[in-house]
Design a protein around this ligand. Structure first.
Ligand code: DHB
Length: 377
């Protein structure tokens, strides 16, 4: 939807084909922390108005460790940048509203989507076929942007021998809840012997919390009471004492994975976001990476219609360079903050040493903050 919005601003004709219903998309609770590059991109795309008033600016990253220690890194002081809390679901609403305003609704609930004629050696237009409202349709186009997520049809339409996939699975998941309670005033990550925890927010009356859990757990294993008890046990006493609990309004478990598929272009098909790469949620890079992909892809497509194909030709390598930066950072932060089931006493000591070093060293903090706020586009 963001790519569509940016193409629309440049007068490039496009159509969005969506497998889900609008209600389904708007009911999903996704990420909530935006890099400043994302904030700027949304503003430039003309969808920043509500974010500007409702978003909450974060100045610090906070990491609790060792039971009572609290490390606070001011990203403005270290690298001159801030982050913003504003939910992906809200961005999605803003993008739908912008499309509605010009009667550019996506095709929702498209079934059996298939991509055709997009290989380099194939001539004539590429096309997408699908079934919507019980009617078979086929749309011809110059290019296909595969923005359809990890399970979408785009990546798997590229011949296997033309793809190289890199993957790392983590032996735990995140149990997340949303509750209509005032959040802690800070974004707080916790490395605790019972496992990782995270206190985040969506707005002044909506909190988002996570605890690391075994992959075999289901949400039935986690009553609200059990969740709050576990979360509070993993936080330093001061934050645990001030945290307001309440009934959850959403609860889900997500496995953690790092994944990259290269290249991000095959003929006239361009992958963006989770269709090409997955990061574990630690550091909130997934949505931000999708936005930087779309930044590169929109300018490459717009360049094409002005007679310049250099952006299209370099899209994959340009996007992947930034993707690997975020993949490495998310892996590092995940490894630093979680308890691994097979963790030895040695592993525990090196992890604690790295946190102690971060707490002492402004240079180490600057290196973390530089990547946390997002590498330049
Ligand atoms: C969220 C926030 C984070 O800082 C993070 O690393 C992961 C998730 C969130 O609010 O959902």
């Amino acid at each position: 939807m963001l790519l569509a919005q940016m193409l629309r601003q440049a007068g490039v004709d496009h159509l969005v084909v969506e497998r889900q219903s609008r209600q389904h998309v708007l009911s999903r609770i996704r990420a909530g922390v935006l890099e400043w590059g994302t904030v700027d991109t949304l503003r430039r795309a003309g969808v920043g108005e509500r974010m500007n008033t409702e978003g909450h600016v974060h100045e610090t990253i906070n990491i609790a460790w060792g039971g009572t220690e609290l490390l606070s890194v001011n990203t403005m002081e270290r690298v001159g940048r801030l982050m913003m809390a504003y939910g992906q679901t809200e961005i999605q609403k803003d993008l739908y509203a912008a499309a509605d305003a010009v009667d550019a609704e996506p095709i929702f609930e498209a079934d059996g989507v298939a991509l055709h004629n997009f290989h380099q050696h194939e001539s004539g237009p590429a096309s997408i076929s699908f079934l919507a409202n019980g009617v078979k349709d086929r749309i011809e186009c110059d290019f296909i942007a595969g923005c359809d997520g990890f399970h979408g049809v785009s990546r798997s339409s590229i011949p296997k021998e033309a793809r190289t996939e890199y993957e790392k699975l983590y032996p735990f998941g995140w149990l997340g809840i949303l509750s209509e309670t005032p959040p802690l005033p800070i974004l707080l990550y916790a490395n605790h012997e019972r496992g990782f925890a995270l206190c985040s927010m969506r707005n002044p009356l909506l909190s988002r919390y996570y605890v690391q859990c075994p992959l075999t757990d289901t949400i039935e294993d986690w009553s609200d009471d059990r969740f709050w008890t576990e979360l509070l046990a993993r936080l330093p006493p001061e934050q645990a004492g001030s945290l307001r609990t309440g009934p959850s309004i959403e609860k889900s478990i997500a496995p953690l994975r790092s994944f990259v598929s290269e290249p991000m272009r095959f003929g006239r098909l361009f992958l963006a976001g989770d269709a090409a790469h997955i990061v574990p949620p630690t550091g909130a890079k997934g949505l931000n990476l999708a936005v930087s992909d779309v930044h590169y892809l929109s300018s490459a497509l717009i360049g094409h219609y002005h007679g310049d194909d250099t952006g299209l030709d370099s899209y994959s390598s340009t996007a992947l360079a930034r993707v690997w930066g975020a993949v490495r950072f998310s892996w590092w932060l995940t490894t630093l903050l979680h308890r691994f089931p097979d963790q030895t006493a040695f592993d525990g000591r090196t992890q604690a040493q790295e946190l102690a070093h971060l707490a002492r060293s402004e240079r180490a903090q600057a290196a973390m903050a530089e990547q946390y706020v997002g590498l330049d586009y």
